[in-house]
Every structure is written in C-alpha cells, then in structure tokens.
Ligand binder design. Structure first.
Ligand code: CDP
Length: 223
C-alpha cells in the first residue's frame, strides 16, 4: 500500500508546526516535527557539556548514544531523548540555537534523515523541516514552502513564548531568528531553499484558520 507524504519546509516561525499539526489531525495523518529531532540532538550535546561548534567530532563519535524517539500520544507529539520525554525542554532558546549548529554536521543529518525516511514508509505523514521537499521526501505527493515576513514570524514566536509563560524580549527573538535563518540558508549541507516543485504559501497577513485551510486544500487535491 502506498502512503501519502506531505512535505513542508520553511524558515523559523513560519507556522509550520502548528499548521501542520492541525491539518494532520483533521485528515488523520501522522505529524512529524523533524526540527524536534535536531533540537533533541542539540540537547544531548548541551547536557553532556559538548561544545557543538568546537567539538563536533565528539558528537559524531557518540552518535549511537543519541537515542531519539518520536511518539504520538492522544494526538500530541512527544520527543524522547535516551528514554526521557524532552518535548518541553527542547523549546528553550539555547536549544534552538544549538539545533541550528548541530544541523550543519553531515553525520548528524544522515542519521536523522534516515529515521525520517523510515517514518514516512509506514503512515500517511505531514513532515515539516528545512530539507524535507528536496532531501528527505523527494517523492512527496505534496510539497509546500511555508513562509511569512521576518517581522511577523518574530511576533508569532514572541507571542507563543509569552503564552507559555517564558520570559523573553521581542528584539532578541527577532535577531536570534535572523541569525538562525542565515545559518540555515547559507550552510553547505541541505540549506533551506524553496524546492523547484514546491508551492510557496506566504502566511503574512493570514490568520491561523486561513493558513490551515490553504494547506488543507493543497493536501485534499491529491487525496
Ligand atoms: O520551530 P522552528 O522553526 O523555530 O525550528 P525547528 O523546526 O524546531 O528547527 C530547529 C533547527 O533545526 C532549525 O533552525 C534548523 O537549523 C534545524 N533543522 C534542519 O536543519 N533540518 C530540518 N529538517 C529541521 C530542522
């Protein structure tokens, strides 16, 4: 039986995960947050005192110890690192920055991409990230590049953190996001790019419901 794959790429804060999660729930697809896997790898480095930028070789030596699992429990998405549920901790800003640094290490990408491909072989999936359309699921039936202006993306991330009770500063979030965008777009391995065959959806000025409807329509076209 052939499963349907929906690939969603885009920069930080474009709304990929909230929108993808919602569309997945409406259509009965499994949502896979690949960013959470890079975040978990970064958390492993932080927890083990490994300086990601200077000690990539140590991280590569320990790749087999970085045990990452993803589980959907009652519709909510959980990420485990070495058996521990780290779904909340990986949202910390230092982990965000660390994720963008581990994501340039080819050996880390190779390991995570192999896991991601396997996940798409056993379910209808909506998978979001940076390299899904081009590398992870090049045969996906639906490919979307989701974006929004950097001002709007920083505003959304700020609001999201405030709602979670995390103390934060708008200007810091905006500049951190710009650094991460630059890292993600300029790195040598799998940089963030609009894949040739992806549909660009710009959600600047669209509210959540409108964005969800747009993505859902694109998926329903292939069902
Ligand atoms: O949620 P947000 O857009 O802030 O980021 P994320 O999707 O959780 O991803 C965190 C970091 O992981 C990104 O800044 C990328 O550097 C990296 N990443 C990647 O390189 N490839 C992916 N498929 C997903 C994330």
């Amino acid at each position: 039986m052939k499963y349907i794959s929906v690939a969603v790429d885009g920069p930080a804060g474009a709304g990929k995960s909230t929108i993808s999660k919602n569309v997945a729930a409406q259509l009965g697809f499994v949502y896979i947050d690949t960013g959470a896997m890079y975040r978990a790898a970064a958390l492993y480095a932080i927890n083990n005192g490994i300086d990601i930028k200077k000690e990539a070789d140590i991280l590569i030596d320990r790749l087999d110890d970085i045990k990452i699992e993803m589980k959907n429990i009652d519709g909510s998405h959980h990420v485990y690192l070495c058996g521990e549920d780290v779904s909340e901790i990986i949202r910390r800003e230092d982990v965000s920055a660390g994720a963008s640094s581990v994501a340039v290490i080819p050996e880390v990408r190779e390991k995570l991409v192999a896991m991601q491909k396997k996940m798409a072989e056993r379910d209808n999936v909506i998978m979001d990230g940076r390299d899904i359309c081009s590398h992870v699921l090049p045969n996906a039936q639906v490919k979307i590049f989701l974006t929004a202006s950097s001002e709007e993306r920083a505003r959304r991330r700020y609001k999201e953190l405030l709602e979670k009770g995390v103390e934060c500063d708008f200007e810091t979030i905006k500049s951190d996001m710009e650094v991460r965008d630059k890292n993600d777009s300029s790195r040598a391995v799998s940089p963030l790019r609009v894949a040739e065959d992806a549909t660009v959806v710009d959600t600047t000025g669209l509210d959540f419901e409108q964005s969800v409807r747009k993505i859902r329509e694109l998926v329903e076209n292939v069902l």
